[in-house]
Design a protein around this ligand. Structure first.
Ligand code: KIV
Ligand code: ZN
Length: 515
């Protein structure tokens, strides 16, 4: 029988740390449930000591999943470890993931500590974590640039103290596949108690080698892979879950290992993430990009028609990329939508289903076919958006060719004084274009002047009547915030995204004030 490789997903921690990938708690919970459906073994839900928001998110995720393991990251410090445990302890299966850097460059410049002191930090951290739970993972940050003999010493101590998973990160994406494989082989061979732990790898993609390094490590004996959906993560990202999985799956003859991933959930999971963070999947992305299974050249098309295997090493169906599926229409009832939402892994209360239902009906009046992607966008819009302070109620915009001064008339609901009974505020304002008119009118209405750092608009699906999904990044009073909005009218979507970013910035400010 083939050995199992455990899949440790860090989309909600390393992935969420990357610019533009911030998610609110409800969004993280729905992603966690999707990861559970995908079959990952462990979810790293966050870094509880990093902020109150992270602590709450990890706690809520831990409470809302089933048997899947939930890990919380923490530095090798008692207070951090306690904080992580307090958050993950609500999960049936919880894990503490503690780390300290072991490379000379990190030990000297980050900690100003000698190797012996770092070794003691690792020893004490693992000892303390094990006193809270038997499921402890230890990571040697910047392992790939560490001295191998020192790394082996730290790993031995961590295992002796009770760590059951040893993670070897290529933190800065520096390693080369052959060399990284040899490092794993060396550790497994040279560390006397290596048989008492699962060896794991966590590879960054700075040189585009994260997936190759992960696979080389698995070939060399690593039995846990730390990955993220679509490879999101710090800088150039992490190893992409879908790439590692499909390589193991397609080349089982070469790797001879098993995972518990349901490959048909790969595409729906990456799509869910893309919708949630408002960053579309690149068409060239391996496995899940729109072009990944498209055959354009005549020779390829001819080959495909004769036998698909001529140019297809895996099928779109195997990653859950089905043909067009119309999910819900004008005449579908609330129950049909309810079961569709359940099937898609959303757990919404009656009121949320009602709001999504009304939005689906309104969209069906304007759009011929409603796809899974549309429903996902509406769930985010109606059920998961934070509407703390302001909400767009009505909007009309006038713009045109030269000589016309673009202007916007906007009505907002203002919940700032009363959460239950919003005040209606309205304003008309001018701008250099329709979007500028909308944003500056909103600025006047809310009495702020955020700096717009990024604005992007993408179609949720194909087709002339596709909804537009807008993402904006703003800096407001020193708080960097991201807002998203979708609508079949991209100017309305822009207004929703901008208001959402202002709401999020305000929430950050309140959290900071409370802390
Ligand atoms: O890249 C890294 O080294 C990490 C560790 C904290 C696991 O993210
Ligand atoms: Zn990392």
């Amino acid at each position: 029988m083939s050995e199992k490789v455990y899949i440790f997903d860090t989309t909600l921690r390393d992935g969420e740390q990357s610019p533009g990938a911030t998610m609110n708690i409800a969004e993280k919970i729905t992603m966690a449930r999707q990861l559970e459906k995908l079959g990952v073994d462990i979810i790293e839900a966050g870094f509880p000591a990093a902020s109150q928001g992270d602590f709450e998110a990890v706690t809520e995720i831990a409470k809302s999943v089933g048997d899947i393991q939930v890990a919380g990251l923490c530095r090798a410090l008692k207070a951090d470890i306690d904080r992580a445990f307090d958050a993950v302890k609500h999960a049936k299966n919880h894990r503490i993931h503690t780390f300290v850097a072991t490379s000379d460059i990190h030990m000297k410049h980050k900690f100003n500590k000698k190797p012996d002191e770092i070794l003691e930090m690792a020893r004490k951290a693992v000892r303390h974590a094990v006193s809270l739970t038997p499921n402890v993972e230890f990571s040697a940050e910047d392992a790939s640039r560490s001295r191998w003999d020192f790394l082996a010493q730290v790993v031995e101590v961590a295992i002796a103290e009770g760590a059951t998973t040893i993670n070897i990160p290529d933190t800065v994406g520096y390693a080369q596949p052959d060399e990284f494989g040899k490092l794993i082989e060396y550790l497994i061979k040279e560390v006397p108690n290596s048989d008492k732990a699962v060896f794991s790898v966590h590879c960054h993609n700075d040189l585009g080698l994260a997936c190759a390094n992960t696979l080389a490590a698995i070939k060399a004996g690593a039995r846990q892979a730390e990955v993220t959906l679509s490879g999101i993560g710090e800088r150039a990202g992490n190893a992409a879950l879908e790439e590692v999985i499909m390589a193991l799956h397609t080349r089982k003859d070469y790797y001879d290992v098993e995972t518990s991933i349901i490959t048909e959930e790969l595409f729906p999971s990456c799509r869910r993430l893309a919708t949630t963070i408002g960053q579309p999947i690149s068409p060239y992305k391996a496995i899940v990009g729109a072009n990944a299974f498209a055959h354009e050249s005549g020779i390829h098309q001819d080959g495909m028609l004769k036998n698909r295997q001529t140019y297809e090493i895996m099928t779109p169906e195997s990653i859950g990329k089905k043909g067009i599926s119309i999910v819900i229409g004008k005449h579908s009832g609330r129950n049909a939508l309810g079961s569709k939402l359940n099937e898609m892994g959303y757990q919404l209360d009656e009121e949320q289903v009602g709001r999504v239902f009304a939005a689906v009906k309104a969209l069906a009046d304007k759009k011929e076919e409603i796809f899974d992607e549309d429903v996902e966008a509406l769930v985010l819009e109606e059920a998961y958006r934070i509407h703390d302070l302001y909400r767009v109620k009505e909007l009309s915009v006038f713009s045109g060719t030269a000589g016309v001064s673009p202007h916007a008339a906007i009505v907002l609901e203002d919940f700032s004084k009363d959460k239950e009974h919003p005040k209606t505020i309205q304003e008309v304002g001018f701008g250099e274009g329709p979007i500028n008119a909308v944003f500056s009118t909103i600025d006047t209405m809310v009495g702020r002047k955020p700096k717009l750092e990024l604005y992007s608009v993408n179609a949720v699906t194909g087709g002339m009547d596709a909804q537009g999904a807008v993402t904006v990044h703003i800096t407001d009073n020193g708080f960097k915030s991201i807002g998203r909005g979708s609508d079949e009218d991209i100017i309305v979507a822009s207004a929703k995204a901008y208001v959402n970013a202002i709401n999020r910035a305000e929430r950050m400010k309140q959290e900071k004030d409370n802390a």
